[in-house]
Write a protein that binds this ligand. Sequence first.
Ligand code: SF4
Ligand code: SF4
Ligand code: SF4
Length: 192
Amino acid sequence: MTDKVEKPKLTRMEFLSLTMGRLAVSALGAVGMLGWLRRRKKNTVWQIDPMTCVSCGQCATHCVVSPSAVKCVQSYPICGYCRLCFGYFTPNAPELTSAAENQLCPTGAIERLFVEDPYWEYNIIEDACVGCAKCVEACEVFGNASFYLQVRHDVCVNCNDCSIARHCPSDSFSQVPADEPYILKHDQELLA
Ligand code: SF4
Ligand code: SF4
Ligand code: SF4
């Protein structure tokens, strides 16, 4: 996921019309639809302030959805495209290759692609990300802090009382307008 998160483009009526047929055949789709309707009805959604998150790891363990609705985001304008990415490699990686033993991410959710010497691009494979924040913490401490966490609203069911928010040690969760559901770090960096 990049930090260029697309916002919903359909009206509620258009969305309902398009999805009614699919509801009949897909239980998973029905769950997603309920979540969507709840978000629209409430007009607010839960989101993380990436500037205050301390990468404690509880986003991975306290979401009611499994794997967590919280995913890592890569901010390309902030990333240094480093050959040695501390968010990608374990601290004692034997070599700088994509071999599993060199990777910090426990689920292999970060893709490393060569751009041109000495630059490499790092992409989040969102379906594999569990929101553990290991890469976020390492990039914050040793890199440009371009990795950060966001609640993904195509997964989150928008609980009235977000269980992660209750446990977040830095009080980084808040309810934001549903039509501006993401707090993008790149925007905040530009404003700083
Ligand atoms: S609102 Fe519910 S589904 Fe969404 S992040 Fe919080 S606990 Fe997870
Ligand atoms: S280290 Fe954790 S937060 Fe980062 S991409 Fe992997 S699963 Fe997601
Ligand atoms: S619970 Fe709060 S501090 Fe911990 S990783 Fe999630 S947003 Fe960050």
